[in-house]
Write a protein that binds this ligand. Structure first.
Ligand SMILES: [Zn+2]
Ligand SMILES: [Zn+2]
Length: 154
């Protein structure tokens, strides 16, 4: 991994947070243009434990706002990815992404596709959140209590 986006592109975010925007959802989607139009897919199960999902988590949280990805090939206003989870902001798996922030999601690119994202190449072909992006990278969740990582269900 030699590629690093320049700091101007990151708009003050850490690379790890900036990489969360525009990535594929897990059992959820946006029904409209706003960041609050999130919906669970029909019959959605929790991306962590596979129980019935009850609500949706923004990755990163809504408080981080949107992220404008500026590239030589265009600009994309990116929204957080969405994970359907069980529980709520204070219970179940959803709570473990808040509160003590036990679970930290990360988007990990395969090979050198990170550069293809930051140059705008991938977004010329794929819409933000396109499931086709799973051909180029994957979600990983870090469990800060155990120091382990796991892949969420998709
Ligand atoms: Zn769960
Ligand atoms: Zn949440």
């Amino acid at each position: 991994m030699s590629f690093v986006p320049d700091s101007g592109q990151l708009c003050g975010l850490s690379l790890q947070v900036a990489e969360l925007y525009g990535k594929p959802h897990l059992h959820a989607h946006y029904a409209g243009k706003g960041v609050r139009t999130h919906r669970m897919d029909d019959g959605a199960t929790c991306a962590v434990c596979r129980r019935m999902a009850t609500n949706v988590h923004h990755v990163p949280p809504v408080s981080k706002g949107l992220f404008t990805l500026r590239t030589p090939q265009g600009e994309w206003e990116l929204r957080p990815a969405l994970f359907a989870l069980c529980g709520s902001g204070t219970t179940g798996c959803h709570n473990l992404f808040h509160g003590g922030a036990r679970y930290q999601p990360e988007w990990v690119w395969f090979l050198d596709y990170q550069e293809a994202w930051w140059s705008g190449d991938l977004l010329k072909t794929y819409e933000p959140h396109d499931p086709g992006l799973f051909a180029y990278g994957r979600w990983v969740i870090h469990d800060r209590n155990t120091g382990t990582t796991f892949e969420p269900w998709r």
